[in-house]
Design a binder for this molecule. Structure first.
Ligand code: PEP
Ligand code: MN
Length: 337
């Protein structure tokens, strides 16, 4: 349920309303807009239906939110959410390019990749330090050592860094190094982890589960927002279908579906979405054309030696070439890049 406040509402009136909501065992979430402020009410809405809320001073109207996800929905917030991370805005007119290796392997490896992607104009560096691998015998990431390398390279090149959290017990450690916390596809419904990052002050990049519906994806994001963390980006990274030519099937439809249903920024990962480096460029261009707010692309200076996902990684030259072509696609759909 959304309570729309009158434009001349006073702080005393807001306090009076929120106290009433709390006394009913519900949680008020205030969103202050330029034109109007609203209060989202989270919890068992039926309790409120019997309350004559409209008579409270300061309330203009009360609107029920029909979608099961509330805070994530456009009904709750009609303007796009723009997340500002050290001056890099995600969700605005400018499409953001996030790039970097699947996993951090060494300082030298990361530094050379980061320099190349920065040359292409990308200012957000990705790299896994804790890797969710199908096999327990595969490379699992460098752990804290990887985080230190990522932070060092990020600081040296003045780039924002994003890295994956796999275990809620690592949150304090990851918060110490990362600018954006990534939740991987395999953890999209790890509700304990979602609740933990919901309490964090760091922005979160939530990836869509391998077999998750869009509704399940948005409900997962709702866990994070309901904890108070509104800085969430949603990442479409391909879903599992009957198709075997590609690693996953990139769901281009999801971009516009999510943009219609939610105010949160949408990032697309065409690397995992295709699984093949020579399919990444086309999928990246299609994603921007479909309205993505950003891309996350795996880049490696020596894909044949990569400790993970070499087959879907672009060499730096190919990445730089791709970004050139993305500029014209972005322009064609009224975006900057
Ligand atoms: C990744 O970004 O390297 C990754 C493991 O992605 P996903 O969780 O989408 O598989
Ligand atoms: Mn990867």
């Amino acid at each position: 349920m959304i309570i729309v406040l009158k434009s001349d509402v006073t702080q005393n009136q807001i306090d009076h309303i929120t106290e009433k909501i709390k006394s009913l065992g519900l949680t008020p979430m205030i969103s202050k807009g330029v034109e109007k402020s609203i209060i989202g009410v989270i919890g068992e809405e039926d309790i409120l239906r019997s309350q004559p809320l409209e008579v409270f001073p300061g309330i203009e109207k009360v609107i029920p939110i029909l979608a099961p996800y509330k805070l994530v929905s456009r009904e709750f917030k009609s303007e796009d959410t723009v997340i500002d991370i050290k001056g890099v805005c995600i969700g605005g007119k400018k499409v953001v390019n996030i790039a970097g290796p699947c996993a951090v392997e060494s300082y030298e490896q990361l530094k050379s990749i980061a320099e190349a992607i920065k040359k292409a104009g990308s200012v957000v560096l990705r790299g896994g330090a804790f890797k969710p691998r199908t096999s327990p015998y595969s490379f699992q990431g460098l752990g804290e050592e990887g985080l230190k390398i990522l932070r060092r390279v990020g600081d040296e090149l003045n780039m924002v860094i994003v890295t994956e959290i796999m275990d809620a017990r690592d949150l304090v450690l990851i918060e110490k190094y990362a600018d954006i916390i990534q939740i991987g596809a395999r953890n999209m419904q790890n509700f304990t982890l979602l609740r933990e990052v919901g309490l964090s002050k760091k922005p979160v990049l939530l990836k869509r589960g391998i077999s998750a519906t869009i509704k399940e994806f948005l409900m997962a994001a709702e866990y994070i927002l309901s904890g108070g963390n509104f800085q969430v980006m949603l990442c479409e990274r391909g879903i599992r279908t009957f198709e075997t030519e590609t690693r996953f099937t990139l769901d281009i439809n999801a971009i516009s579906v999510i943009k219609q249903k939610s105010h949160l920024p949408v990032i697309v990962d065409p690397s995992h979405g295709t699984g093949k480096w020579n399919l990444v460029a086309a999928a990246a261009r299609a994603s921007i054309a479909a309205g993505a707010d950003g891309l996350m692309i795996e880049v490696h200076n020596s894909p044949e030696d990569a400790s993970s996902d070499g087959e879907q990684s672009l060499v730096p030259e190919k990445y730089i070439e791709l970004v050139q072509t993305l500029r014209s696609v972005a322009k064609a759909v009224g975006r900057d890049l």
